[in-house]
Each structure stands twice: as structure tokens, then as C-alpha cells.
Design a protein around this ligand. Structure first.
Ligand code: GDP
Length: 441
């Protein structure tokens, strides 16, 4: 997601960095490039126009921070504006304190990912200690209730189907069921259509009146692009909603919809869905997403992701590696961690500059490659793993034979290990207080 937008913006900034002083003409060229990049990412035309106008005005008039270079000042302006465009602050799900059960209603077009989002949200809330109930109110698509029931079974969340015919009755019945089962949140999945349709809107409004949801979330497919504006505006006018779940951000969506929705409707993106599995729904953080788009990585995201799978020993190991560099054994256990954390692709977007680096060396980026690397490391002796510098030509040949890989592959791994150690040194620099990488962003 956002890959080509991200590349183009970073190219623009790189060109600016090449210049010592920036003239108004330089800023104009950069703003034109940013405008083109956003339009090509399918961001709504009006949103682009206003965004670029704001950036330009700030670049030309804003007080220039003396701690930053002229190019860094431009990056900072764009980062700040991008964060505002995406929603400024975190828009967490607000639940009513004095009502049990809370009711969350999902609306959206058919195929947007509503039913799976309902299950993902249930999974997320269950993980936070809630006890959710799923209400299958999409009574139009025959398979929807079965799909929800299967998903509910997978994540251990009950599903209420009622008579499976009257969506409003199912919704009302689900509240009673939740009370009986001591569930504190009901997540109502509603029917969608391929496009906006009167009956769908009326039904959504009727369900809304019947269950008085605390939150209505609209599920929007990130691939929608420009069209998103019409769809969300229509839903906002008819049913109204509190926030957006942006689904399928893991695909090759250009990101235009995600960047337009807040500006067009004033509604925040609350969650993003990055895959088909139940654990792929994430709370949306506009600031982190803006940084990722600008290639600055998401260090907090990595830490959070790591915390999900890491134990104390691993945290201590990570600190040691940042301090002293890492061994081949560390690399091996890191690769196992990476698998647990969702694979390389997911992590790469969070590490500053990593996604671009990986795109330039695709052979290093596949999970298949991880398996090959593992086999090479396993053919090294204990001493070689701890001190890869001692691996001379003879040892390289032995390791290659042992692992069934070529000497070139062994050479390549050792070279990569060396480069990764250097990169880690750089990251360490960026994470230290006062370092430019932290201060300006
Ligand atoms: P509904 O008609 O709105 O209820 O849509 P579904 O929940 O049935 O989703 C439609 C399709 O999109 C299904 O095949 C889902 O597995 C898929 N899907 C939903 N969310 C995501 C996502 O975040 N990423 C990917 N890759 N696929 C998704």
C-alpha cells in the first residue's frame, strides 16, 4: 500500500536535500511533484489541491526551524500536513461507560470486508478483556450468517442469528441475547449492496433506530480510490457514522481513499485491516502512517509488534544487539521472530528506509530466502556463528557444502550480516535523543 506514493514523495525530498538553499522556485517544483504524486495515488482532486496549497503556504511563510536544514523543514511541513490529513490524533473506539451492552454497528458496501471486519473487531476487543457477541444482521446475502458463524467459531466469540430473515428483529434480539449471555459488546454486521441502494439505506437506518448504536463504523475497501468520496458521503448523509474501518490496506491499493476520507467527511479512520486473518485489524495512528508514507518508519509500531511476541529475554537480547551488534545466532532467532510477527513484508514498512532498500534487492526480501539463510547458518559452527569475521574461504566452502547452497550464497549472507550490523548502528543513532532522525519528526 502507498508504495508508489511513498517512493515518489521520497524522490522529491531527495532532490531537495541535494540543494543547500531553497528558492521559491525549488519549493514550487517540489509542490508540483507532490501534487502529481497524490493525484496518481488517486487522492481526491479537491483534497490534493487544498493539501498542496496548505503545504506551500507553510513552506514559504512558516518560521524556519534553525535546527533543521531547508529540505528538512519542507519534509516537516509535509509530514505535519499529512498527519492532519489522516486525522491528527488517534481516534480510538470510544465505548459508553454506563451502558451494557455497548453496540457497535458496521455498515458498508458488499465486499468491502464488513463481515470479516466484524469478526476481527470482536477478536481485538476480546483480547482487551471484553466479551463480545456478533449479530448476523446481513440477512440478504445467504452465506453471510454462515461466514460470521465460522469466523466466530474460529475466534471463540458467540454469533446470534435470530430467525435469519428480519434484520431489524435480529439486531434487537441480539441485544437481549447479549444481556442473557453477559456479553458487554454487540457487534452488528449489516447487509451491503454492490452499490448505494435505497433499501439498504432504509434497513441500516431502521437497525440504527432499533438498537441505538454507541458507534457506527463504516467499512471501506482501500482499493476504492476516488469513488470513495461518493460512497462515504452518501452513507454520512443517510445513516451517519462515527468512523471508518479501512480494509484491504495490505493489497496494492494506491491509498487515495485512505488519504481522502477524513478531509471529505470529517470522519476519522479508526482501524485499518491489513489481511484476511482475525488478528489483522489494527488501531489506526495517523502520525505513524504519515511517517511510513514518507519513509521514516514506525519505530513505535515495531516495538508494539515485538511486544506481542517477545518475552523478557528477547527484549534483553534486542538491547544487547543494539549495543554490541549481533551474531549469526541472533540473526537466526530474529528470523524466527520475524515469522511470528507476520513476515518480512509487514515489518519492512515500519523500519525507516527498509521498504525501499528491500525493493532494490528483492532476492533478500522473500520468506523463502529466510529458509535458505537459516540452512546456511545451521551449517556454521558455534564459534563461526558468534564471530562471523573468522569465516575464511575454506570455512565458506565447508558451510556451502554442509547446507547444500553455493559459496556465493554464503558470501552474500556474510556480506548482508555485515551491512545489517552497520544499518543497526545507524538506527541506533536515529533513536538516540537529539539525533536528527528523532528531533525533526
Ligand atoms: P462483506 O461483503 O462486506 O461482508 O465482505 P467480506 O467480509 O465477506 O469480505 C470480502 C472479501 O474480502 C473476503 O474474501 C475477505 O477475506 C476479503 N478481505 C476482507 N478484509 C480484508 C483485508 O483487510 N485484506 C485482504 N487481503 N482481504 C480482505
Amino acid at each position: 500500500m502507498f508504495n508508489s506514493l511513498s517512493d515518489r514523495l521520497q524522490d522529491t525530498f531527495e532532490r531537495l536535500r541535494g540543494k543547500g538553499r531553497l528558492t521559491e522556485a525549488d519549493i514550487n517544483v517540489a509542490m508540483r511533484e507532490i501534487r502529481m504524486a497524490l493525484l496518481e495515488a488517486d487522492v481526491n482532486y479537491r483534497v490534493v489541491k487544498e493539501f498542496v496549497a496548505r503545504c506551500k503556504e507553510k513552506c514559504l511563510t512558516a518560521e524556519v526551524l534553525s535546527s533543521l536544514s531547508p529540505a528538512q523543514n519542507v519534509v516537516k511541513v509535509v509530514l505535519d500536513e499529512l498527519t492532519v490529513l489522516l486525522g491528527s490524533t488517534d481516534s480510538r473506539l470510544t465505548l459508553a461507560q454506563n451502558r451494557t451492552p455497548n453496540v457497535i454497528m458496521l455498515v458498508g458496501l458488499q465486499g468491502s470486508g464488513k463481515t470479516t471486519a466484524a469478526a476481527k473487531l470482536a477478536y481485538l476487543l476480546k483480547g482487551q478483556g471484553h466479551s463480545p457477541l456478533l449479530a448476523a444482521c446481513d440477512t440478504h446475502r445467504p452465506a453471510a450468517a454462515d461466514q460470521l458463524e465460522t469466523l466466530g467459531g474460529e475466534i471463540g466469540v458467540p454469533v446470534f442469528r435470530g430467525d435469519g430473515k428480519d434484520a431489524v428483529a435480529v439486531a434487537s434480539g441480539s441485544i437481549k441475547e447479549a444481556v442473557d449471555r453477559l456479553c458487554d459488546i454487540v457487534i452488528v454486521d449489516t447487509a451491503g449492496r454492490l452499490q448505494i441502494d435505497e433499501e439498504m439505506m432504509e434497513e441500516a437506518v431502521a437497525i440504527k433506530q432499533a438498537v441505538r448504536p454507541d458507534q457506527i463504523l463504516m467499512v471501506v475497501d482501500a482499493m476504492t480510490g476516488q469513488d470513495i468520496v461518493n460512497v462515504v458521503t452518501e452513507f454520512a448523509n443517510r445513516v451517519d457514522f462515527d468512523g471508518v474501518i479501512m480494509s484491504k490496506l495490505d493489497g496494492d491499493a494506491r491509498g487515495g481513499g485512505a488519504l481522502s476520507v477524513r478531509e471529505v467527511t470529517g470522519k476519522p479512520i479508526k482501524f485499518v485491516s491489513m489481511g484476511e486473518k482475525p488478528d489483522s485489524l489494527e488501531v489506526f495512528h495517523p502520525d505513524r502512517m504519515a511517517k511510513r508514507i514518507l519513509g521514516m518508519g514506525d519505530v513505535v509500531g515495531i516495538i508494539e509488534q515485538a511486544q506481542k511476541v517477545a518475552n523478557e529475554q528477547q527484549v534483553a537480547d534486542a538491547e544487547r544487539m543494539l549495543r554490541e551488534g549481533f551474531t549469526m545466532d541472533d540473526l537466526l532467532s530474529q528470523m524466527q521472530q520475524i515469522r511470528k510477527m507476520g513476515g518480512l513484508q509487514k515489518l519492512a514498512g515500519m523500519i525507516p528506509g527498509m521498504e525501499r532498500a528491500m525493493a532494490q534487492m528483492p532476492q533478500a526480501a522473500s520468506d523463502e530466502q529466510l529458509t535458505r539463510i537459516e540452512s546456511i547458518i545451521r551449517s556454521m559452527t558455534k564459534e563461526e556463528r558468534a564471530r562471523p569475521k573468522i569465516i575464511n574461504g575454506q570455512r565458506r566452502r565447508r558451510i556451502a557444502t554442509g547446507s547444500g547452497r553455493s559459496v556465493q550464497e554464503v558470501n552474500q549472507l556474510i556480506k548482508q550480516w555485515d551491512e545489517m550490523n552497520k544499518m543497526m548502528g545507524k538506527m541506533k543513532g536515529m533513536m538516540q535523543p537529539g539525533a536528527a532522525g528523532k528531533k525533526n519528526r
